[in-house]
Structures are given as C-alpha cells and as structure tokens.
Design a protein around this ligand. Sequence first.
Ligand SMILES: [Zn+2]
Ligand SMILES: [Zn+2]
Length: 374
Amino acid sequence: MPILPRALELHGDLTQIRRDIHAHPELAFAEQRTSDLVAAKLAEYGCEVHRGLAKTGVVGTLRRGNSLRAVGLRADMDCLPMQELNSFAHVSTHDGRMHACGHDGHTTMLLGAARILAETRNFEGAVHFIFQPAEEGGGGGKVMIDEGLFEKFPCDGVFAMHNMPDIPVGHIGARPGPLLASSDRFDIRIKGYGTQITLALQTIVSRNMDPIDNAIVTIGFMKGGSAYNVIPDELIIGGTARAFRPEVRDLIERRLGEIARGTAATFGATAEVDYKRNYPPTINDATEAAFAADVAAEICGEAAVDRDIRPSLGSEDFSYLLNARPGAMLWLGNGKGEGGCYLHNAKYDFNDSAIPTGVSFFVRLAERFLAREA
Ligand SMILES: [Zn+2]
Ligand SMILES: [Zn+2]
C-alpha cells in the first residue's frame, strides 16, 4: 500500500483544515490565527508545542526512545498580499490577502503527518514539525534560525515540500543540488550620462559565466529626468539578479559593481551600486535528495518520481535551513491549476487531492530518516 491508509482516512478532516486556513489567510509575521490553530492541533495530537520563534512560528515535537537522532519537517504558513478571484465556498474572507502559493496545503499536510506519527510512533528519536512564518519575502525561516531554532531543536536533517502545478497529483519531483535560485535586487545610481551601463550589465551573464551556471540579471526600471529638453544629471537603474550557486551570485555582485563604476568612469560619470542580497539559492544535499526521492518512490512508485527535475528560477527561504543543515526540498505534484493557473495567480488553489500523498511522504520520510544509521 503506497499511500498510508490512515492518510486516506484523514483526508476529509485535513481537507476541512486546509480550506479553513485558505479562507483565513494571514500575511508575514501576522499568522496569528493560523499559528493558534497549528499549536492547538499539535497539542491535541500529543506533540510538545513550542511557540514564539519568529513571532508566530510553531514547533511541535514528538520523541520516542533514547536515540538522539532528530529530523525536522518544515511548512510555511503565510499568504500573499493579493486579491483572490476565486468564487468557491472557501474563498479568502480577507480583502487583499490570499493563499496563492499553497502554503495552506503545506501547513495542513504537516499537521496530518504529526497526527499520524503521534498515533503510530514507529520511530526512535525526535521529529520536529517546524511551522514558519513569512516565507514570501520576510525570511521567516532565517528569523527562526537566528532566534535559535536549531539550538533548541537540533536536527540531523531538514526536509520540505512545495506544491507544484503541472506535475500530476501523486507525483513528486526531486533533484540533487540547486533547486531554486537566489533572488537579489540592486540599485545603481549614476551621476552623469548612464544608459551605456544597462547594455554593459548584460555581459555579466553572457561573457563572465559558464553557460551551465544559469543566471539572470534583469533591468526592471530606469528613472531619471523630468523634462524633454534637459539631460538628466542622475539616473537610477534598478533590477534583479538570480543565480543557482553561491559562487555565481558572488560573481554577479562583483561584476555588477565593476561594470557600473567602470562604464560610468569612461563617460566621466560616477556610479554608486547598492546590491541587496535576499534569499540565497536553495541547494539540496545530494545524499539527502536521493534519500528523499527513494522515500517518494516508496509512496508514489518509481515511475511517478522525477529524480532530476528542472530547477526553478523562483526562490525560497527554506534555503536558509538547507544552508544550516543537510536536507532537501521536493516538489509535490498539484496537477493542472484551475484554467492552467500557476502559483501566485489570483485563481490558484492548493489541490486537496494531493494531501494523502504529501502526508504519507512526510510520515515515511521521518520514519526512514530516523531508522538510518547516519
Ligand atoms: Zn510563493
Ligand atoms: Zn511558496
């Protein structure tokens, strides 16, 4: 039996929880209702409950036996600041807030896994269920780490799933190495003539990089001047940079500064570069990604597991957890979105039929990880 029978029995209950969270979306660090709900459910299931990391973060813990081995399973709880355009019964009850990234589903599946693992306790060691705030830009995962997540809850490995439209329900995507990109922003303030710089910036990707080290430098805006007949004395260029490897990210930051300042100097202008690092690339540990893919194959069947899924140019703050501990993030198939719509779309909705697969995967992953020698 690949999907756990208990996960199928709980499918109705979990669907209700998922839709309740969907109807009450909360923004970064303000996930109070969601956090209360998560803490209450974890306590009801029999977990130790710890609250307060990163304001609304919750960690549930199950322990059994004397083994010191521990695994962390992570879900994110926040929504996006956008207006939902769906019309079903569980549509957002809050104007301008919406679960358009399926974090309602992530939270629900991790609750389901906690419930089953609390019932069966078929493991030795500790399972930490990490519910973090503020994935969408606020870096809630990083704040939890900074506030002592892994000192309070030592983990030998950390794992997470993200729901993914266009992958069929019942399928899981894995990959060793980079899964998602870094997402940085930059502003270049040029005093004097400046437009040559935007052309030169494109050469960072085209000339300074190995083509397999995919990276993107995008100019998002240029601002300067306010009259037709006056050459502006200041130009501001803003953009984003994405990379899959830390070395490439360092290279982009360095070359961006060199090119902007160098090009400005040739025109007798000056350039100030403000490069703001946001989320780092999300890089799966090769061993843990292969291990997680094996567990996925046990649940879904080998044919439904893609072990070398294409990386995405999106970004994730699970990257901070993976920089701190070995582990992996996987894609959970969410099927075709309504009208083919994608994550962060005003019509997106997590697909409840994916719940039993995700719950079964988390449960088996914890059991198998804790049963391993190291
Ligand atoms: Zn998102
Ligand atoms: Zn997300």
